[in-house]
Design a protein around this ligand. Sequence first.
Ligand SMILES: *[C@@H]1O[C@H](CO)[C@@H](O)[C@H](O)[C@H]1NC(C)=O
Ligand SMILES: *[C@@H]1O[C@H](CO)[C@@H](O)[C@H](O)[C@H]1NC(C)=O
Ligand SMILES: *[C@@H]1O[C@H](CO)[C@@H](O)[C@H](O)[C@H]1NC(C)=O
Length: 249
Amino acid sequence: MAAHILPRAGRGGGQGGALRRLLLVAAALVAAALVAGLVTAVVVLSTQQGSISAAHEAPALLQGCLGGVDQQADPADCLVGRDVWLAAPSKPVSRLRTPVNLVVVHHTGTEPCRSRAKCVELIRDLQQLHMAAPRNWSDIAFNFLVGGDGLVYLGRGWDTVGSHTLRWNNKSIGVAAIGTFTAATAPAALQRALHQLLDWGVSLGKLAADYGVLGACQVRPTDSPGERFMQDVRASPRWTNVSSGDGTC
Ligand SMILES: *[C@@H]1O[C@H](CO)[C@@H](O)[C@H](O)[C@H]1NC(C)=O
Ligand SMILES: *[C@@H]1O[C@H](CO)[C@@H](O)[C@H](O)[C@H]1NC(C)=O
Ligand SMILES: *[C@@H]1O[C@H](CO)[C@@H](O)[C@H](O)[C@H]1NC(C)=O
């Protein structure tokens, strides 16, 4: 376009001069717009880089906990946040009055997982299942989940009433072991992550120092946390021999 206009302007004398001034003004405006755009792009890019690197930092913090190998790791660093597992936002929930003195242990009844990617996939599916009809729960049922990768995954957290064990939700923390432990033994890394989590709960004052653990099947008509894992729960010095009419184990 410009190559076509300029020669014609040259031939057109005074009219050409006005056109050249117009073109100069237009060029100046385009240049100003480009500079403004560039500044905006740089600002947007640097803001985005801030959040991208923040998202990449979380998994790096967890390295020491992978496989539960580093027992010295701060439990808070072994916690996979909801932003990392790409949780859907929770609907309104009730606040849990802490400290509580009970922990209800479940299994998810799904495949097990030994990598964060696999655990994340299973947890996202569970959250969708729990929040969809007919359940319509506010969020994933559990306060926490523990994976065969040795990591703890944040469900509803310490301060929110779960939907894991009818009639026990408002006086306990519900933790799910990811997998099906009817016959299979829960991986050592998962069991270590569970212990680390509960010790951390005591140190935070969310669990009473003398808290007890029970399997969901003691008080609900379910086989959760699985017959095999239930043996480990019963063998724990924390095991609480409660039962209710609904229990099946
Ligand atoms: C769950 O939500 C769906 C869709 O909003 C609704 O049709 C259904 O009645 C709800 N079910 C219960 C048990 O509240
Ligand atoms: C839990 O809920 C039941 C039934 O609504 C209520 O009777 C009980 O006091 C609640 N317990 C706590 C610790 O809030
Ligand atoms: C658990 O409690 C029931 C009664 O509530 C009792 O019959 C049973 O023997 C107890 N089990 C153990 C292992 O203490």
